[in-house]
Design a protein around this ligand. Structure first.
Ligand code: NAI
Length: 472
């Protein structure tokens, strides 16, 4: 065969391209097959990166309108030019996707632009057939293969997106003007982040959530705090509400919703964002051609330690397998597989996997919350500290939020850390490292935290596990 490789990765998102780079670093002859014109997957092209670019722009606008005067900065009337904001976002994405092309060249990774299908498995390896973007076809023979095809948006019948009135996250990061009333179905990460962007730019935002609260995977007390901070900024939440139907008129949409008690009401908006989760993407993958098993939940079945599928020499990583759909999870799984293939020992510690919601203040956590620990019958102590008394938070005019430590009652080992507050996305790295190293709350309490920094709130919360925080 014309093309033979030690490793062929199907999917060029954060899981796939990181796996390919690590494999190439370790001497494996590697190729990536990617359908999109650019590498980076959902995350870089239409997910994490563009949404963060818009969150940053909208946050600056919001601060200019609401906070600058407290600092003595006079601006006159502040206006937002949505087209320029979108053009900057597009530039950010382009610079990163160009950077990925550079990394592929640097690491001598062959990139096939097209759709890869698992065609055949025999003693020589796996044959991946590739329908190239230019309309031609080719094949690659892979000693080992990694499926990193990611996920796609879940659609609800009756709420089919039309890119105009009923929109997906892909559309919500490309609107050319600020909606008057954005209705969001789903109080998950996308609903809150993109709801925040447009709320800060002046849209009324109503989030309709089926469950009793937003972010149900977060510790209850901390998610209630998170919701209240967003409510204070003007976002409206209709919890335990089911969406029944959406009726579109020219330029508007009327959504009928129902409470658990069966009461119905209608809300009218000009945009309806459907953000009810994502599902693994395996269309046209050809799993059945080679015998790769897919679970009832639609995920590729893997050995949780090696990420090997049911077929020798074929692995799967990222959103397409079990676990949270997070780019940094996929990346670490990609590294694990590459290192295993090169004869090294890879590892992923899912207990130390951080989650972040990039609103402002940000929400971030790692480990288990109180409800989960109670259900598991594990005894624990908690330590809390607010941002309000912290010198740096005061200097930044960012008083909202808290850090909460949860530590094992007997051993003091950290079981979970939850943050609602400024720069929570950066502060959570300390929590992940602490959990990776099996640290106790006492370990954090005894460690230097530079003064004045927001990180001191972490130290004070750790001290509070033993009820000896200094500044409360
Ligand atoms: P999600 O799973 O985070 O949240 C979906 C929400 O919709 C849930 O709260 C669910 O209860 C609710 N829901 C489901 N059906 C509903 C219905 N019919 N009516 C009302 N509410 C309903 O999914 P989301 O926000 O769409 O994000 C998709 C994926 O992308 C997630 O896995 C997320 O982790 C990932 N993501 C991660 C980001 C980050 O790490 N910062 C940013 C954006 C997305």
């Amino acid at each position: 065969m014309e093309h033979t490789f030690d490793l062929v990765v199907i999917g060029g998102g954060p899981g796939g391209y990181v796996c390919a780079i690590r494999a190439s670093q370790l001497g494996l002859k590697t190729a990536i097959v990617e359908t999109r014109a650019t590498l980076g997957g959902t995350c870089v092209n239409v997910g994490c990166i563009p949404s963060k670019a818009l969150l940053d722009s909208s946050e600056r606008y919001h601060k200019a309108v609401h906070d600058f005067k407290d600092h003595g900065i006079q601006t006159g009337s502040v206006k937002i030019d949505v087209k320029t904001m979108m053009a900057r976002k597009d530039r950010v994405v382009k610079e990163l996707t160009d950077g990925l092309n550079y990394l592929m060249n640097k690491n001598r990774i062959t990139v096939f632009r097209g759709k890869g299908t698992l065609a055949k498995k025999d003693a020589n390896g796996t044959t991946v057939s590739i329908a190239l973007a230019d309309g031609t076809k080719t094949e690659a023979l892979a000693k080992n293969c990694v499926i990193a095809t990611g996920s796609e948006i879940i659609r609800i019948p009756g709420f089919e997106p039309d890119s105009q009135t009923v929109i997906t996250s892909d559309d919500a990061i490309a609107l050319q003007e600020v909606p008057k009333h954005l209705i969001v179905i789903g109080g998950g990460v996308i609903g809150l982040e993109l709801g925040s962007v447009w709320n800060r730019l002046g849209a009324k935002v109503t989030v309709v959530e089926l469950l009793p609260d937003i972010l149900m995977m977060m510790d209850r007390q901390m998610r209630e705090m998170a919701r209240r901070t967003l409510q204070k900024q003007g976002m409206e939440f209709l919890l335990e509400h089911k969406v029944v139907k959406a009726e579109k008129k020219k330029g508007s949409v009327t959504v009928t919703i129902q409470t658990t008690a069966g009461e119905t009401k209608t809300i009218e908006g000009d945009k309806l964002l459907v953000a009810v989760g994502r599902k693994p993407y395996t269309d046209g993958l050809g799993a059945e051609n080679v015998g790769v098993k897919i679970t009832e939940r639609g995920r590729i079945a893997v050995d949780p330690h090696t990420l090997a599928t049911t077929v020798p020499g074929i692995y799967a990583i990222g959103d397409v397998i079990e676990g949270p759909m997070l780019a940094h999870k996929a990346e670490e799984e990609g590294v694990l597989v590459a290192e295993t293939l090169a004869g090294k020992k890879g590892h992923v510690n899912y207990n130390a996997l951080p989650s972040v919601v990039y609103t402002w203040p940000e929400f971030a956590w790692v480990g288990r919350g109180e409800e989960e620990l109670q259900k598991a019958g594990i005894e624990y102590n908690t330590g809390k500290f607010l941002f309000r008394p912290n010198g740096r938070a005061k200097a930044m005019n960012e008083p909202d939020g808290q850090v909460k430590f949860i530590a094992d009652k007997k051993t003091d080992t950290i079981l979970g850390i939850f943050i609602v507050g400024p720069n929570a996305s950066e502060l959570i790295a300390e929590a992940s490292i602490a959990m990776e190293f099996g640290a106790s709350a006492e370990d954090i309490a005894r460690s230097f935290h530079a003064h004045p920094t927001l990180a001191e709130v972490m130290k004070e919360a750790a001290l509070d596990v033993d009820k000896r925080s200094i500044h409360s």
